[in-house]
Design a binder for this molecule. Structure first.
Ligand SMILES: [Mg+2]
Ligand SMILES: [Zn+2]
Length: 189
């Protein structure tokens, strides 16, 4: 059976999953990528499963970084993935926060996780069957966002936040492998 039928998409949180979460990533200097996640994305891509990033970026509402800077950082992440043979289809981000400093982004929105807005945007734009989608996050709110969007709970993976020591760990030796093995099994079967 074709894997496309079994897994429709993988949603990844950014900070703590794709990269080391050092607080608010405001510049490229603080960007440290987790290579196990790139390998996992590659396995998805090889099985025609698209990979999306869904990320809360309230640093924008708080005035810690500009939208342009966020896009630049996301672009660099995408390039690293490409250089390693993986592909991120698109970044969906929430720039808002109810207590934000910037009036434009200070609001209660429906896209800040645990709200499901980012996943629903992606599902609409790419016609994704969320019943067959998977999600990996490092916070409870990531998982809740997935469940709120309609992804089955058993397909919403809570991985521990990537540590600095783990960054260069190959997928097969990583926590990510342990937590995502059900997904990987489906993909490579
Ligand atoms: Mg996170
Ligand atoms: Zn939002």
């Amino acid at each position: 059976m074709n894997n496309v039928c079994k897994v429709s998409a993988l949603f990844l949180d950014r900070d703590g999953v794709i990269n080391f979460d050092s607080g608010y990533i405001k510049s490229l200097d603080s960007l440290r990528l987790n290579y196990a996640t790139i390998e996992l994305a590659k396995i998805c891509n090889e099985n025609n499963v698209r990979v999306f990033v869904v990320t809360n970026q309230s640093g924008i509402a708080r005035g810690y970084l500009t939208l342009e800077k966020l896009k630049e950082i996301n672009e660099v992440i995408s390039e690293h993935y490409q250089e390693n043979g993986a592909r991120i289809e698109k970044f969906f981000y929430c720039p808002h926060h109810p207590e934000g400093l910037l009036r434009k982004y200070k609001k209660v929105c429906d896209c800040r996780k645990p709200e499901p807005g980012l996943i629903l945007q992606a599902a609409k734009e790419y016609s994704i069957n969320l019943k067959k989608a998977w999600l990996i996050g490092d916070k409870e709110r990531d998982v809740i966002s997935g469940i709120n969007a309609g992804i089955p709970e058993s397909q919403c993976i809570l991985n521990s936040s990537i540590s600095l020591e783990e960054l260069n760990t190959p997928l097969r030796y990583s926590n990510l492998m342990i937590n995502a093995q059900k997904l990987i099994k489906i993909l490579v079967s």
